[in-house]
Design a protein around this ligand. Structure first.
Ligand code: ADP
Length: 451
């Protein structure tokens, strides 16, 4: 890329230099041409005023002033031709005029007869060379024509070529140095950014690059965070799976070795069953989370009465509530939410299950479904153990538990609220938590209005 930018910059510079030189040459050539015609005009004017007879006679007097003047003009590559009123050549300083044909049809001569003067830049019929012509009508009706070879103009350019080349080359070298400097200053911060992805904020970049640097930085941080989370998750999963599997393996080994009495066998089998159930729950939760992560489920949305769903869920958990000596109260009114049924039931189940499991005997779980300003609010309030402030923010993380042993004892996987958080995001809803240790916890889910 660096090479490409460099080459392109140099290319643009060379093109600009060449174009500028061509334009300068053309302008200069135009000016020069004008200058040549003006010179021809002046010379012709002077000669015309000079003694006419010196030239009009077929044999010009070599001693006359005009003739001597023309001699010196010849040395300057100026050709002077004199024609009579019919276009016959009666004098020419560079060609034997007696051999010359009638010139009345030459454009500049024609113009001179008609309009007193004429210009032309054309190939000479006599000399077969390109030339500039200026013709002026004389008092006796004849025409005086002065011309200059165009070749001499080209010579001017050929002679100025070395200077032009030196200037052009110097400019090109300067452009190459500037282009390489520019490319370096353009690319250097990008290279530094690429080498310092972890500390991209510390790299000095120009203002136009700052937004890109910020985006890359935040994306890089996200990637690193994601990778760390996945690593943590894998480590946690392995750890969580290991505990019940070790228990299952240990108990079954004892039974296999015949080291367990009949009574122990029943007890160990119970433990094996409990741990196997735990493994299944855990694996189900992990699979569910991964489904939610990849977005492969919950695409079908419909209008659901949240109040009714909360009632169904409450009766499903009635048995567990009785087991924990907890009373469930449902209040509110029928409210429609636009949601995926399976996900909504999972959300209700997880929140209510926690409210029962982390409750005290004789405690209560209050469920309320109500509508406020088009927003449907689900409130799950319990009179349980509560959550200390510093843990409140983190309980939605995977495998984060405040009281690990209580969670495990009550069949928790540490993934319930992580699943809830995912579902809430899927519904574009909002979740808040308020809790006081020893007093209880209130979790609210606000469902957005559906148009
Ligand atoms: P678990 O399967 O351990 O219940 P969750 O993700 O559902 O996992 O909850 C994470 C942690 O948050 C729980 O281990 C528990 O410590 C705490 N928690 C969740 N809900 C409540 C609640 N209603 N009252 C007290 N603590 C709670």
């Amino acid at each position: 890329m660096k090479r490409r930018i460099n080459i392109q910059l140099i290319g643009i510079a060379i093109l600009s230099i060449v174009l500028t030189m061509v334009v300068i040459l053309l302008v200069y050539y135009g000016l020069f041409q004008k200058e040549v015609f003006r010179e021809l005009q002046t010379v012709a004017g002077i000669l015309a005023v000079a003694e006419n007879e010196d030239l009009s006679g077929k044999a010009a007097d070599p001693n006359s002033v005009t003739y001597r003047m023309i001699e010196s003009l010849s040395e300057d590559d100026l050709r002077v031709t004199v024609l009579d009123a019919q276009g016959n050549v009666c004098f020419d300083n560079s060609v034997d005029y007696e051999q010359m044909t009638n010139h009345a049809t030459r454009p500049e001569i024609q113009d001179a007869y008609e309009k007193d003067e004429g210009y032309a830049r054309r190939k000479s019929g006599t000399l077969s060379k390109s030339a500039f012509y200026y013709a002026i009508r004389l008092e006796d009706g004849g025409v005086l024509r002065v011309s200059m070879e165009a070749q001499s103009l080209l010579n001017v350019f050929v002679t100025s070529m070395p200077t032009l080349l030196i200037v052009g080359l110097s400019l090109m070298i300067l452009c190459m140095v500037v282009a390489s400097f520019l490319t370096k200053s353009l690319v250097k911060p990008i290279e530094e950014m690429a080498q310092n992805l972890d500390h991209i904020g510390e790299v000095e970049v120009y203002s136009e690059l700052s937004p890109i640097a910020e985006t890359i930085q935040s994306q890089h941080e996200d990637i690193v965070k994601g990778a760390r989370m996945r690593q943590d998750f894998t480590a946690n999963v392995s750890h969580e799976l290991k505990t019940p599997l070790t228990a299952i393996s240990g108990y079954s080994e004892l039974i296999e070795n015949g080291m367990a009495t009949q009574e122990d066998v029943v007890r160990f089998s119970k433990e094996i069953h409990k741990n196997a159930t735990r493994l299944i729950t855990l694996i189900n939760d992990i699979l569910r989370l991964s489904e939610l992560d990849t977005g492969t489920s919950g695409t079908e949305f419909e209008q659901i009465d949240l109040y009714e769903s909360a009632g169904v869920c409450a009766s499903m958990l009635q048995f567990s509530a009785e087991k924990h000596d907890v009373t469930i109260n449902l209040s509110g009114e029928p409210c429609q939410v636009y949601a995926n049924r399976q996900m909504l039931e999972e959300l209700l189940y997880n929140l209510m299950d926690n409210a029962i499991r982390y409750n005290e005997p004789g405690g209560e779980v209050d469920l309320c479904v109500e509508k406020a300003d088009e927003i449907v609010v689900l409130t799950v309030r319990d009179t349980g153990i509560g959550i200390p402030k510093e843990h409140c923010e983190r309980i939605f993380e995977r495998f984060y538990r405040v009281d690990k042993s209580r969670s495990k004892k009550t069949g928790g996987t540490g993934l319930g609220l992580a699943i809830v958080k995912h579902i809430v995001e899927h519904f574009d809803a909002e979740i808040t938590i308020e809790s006081e240790p020893g007093e209880g916890t209130t979790i609210k889910v606000m469902f957005p209005p559906h148009s």
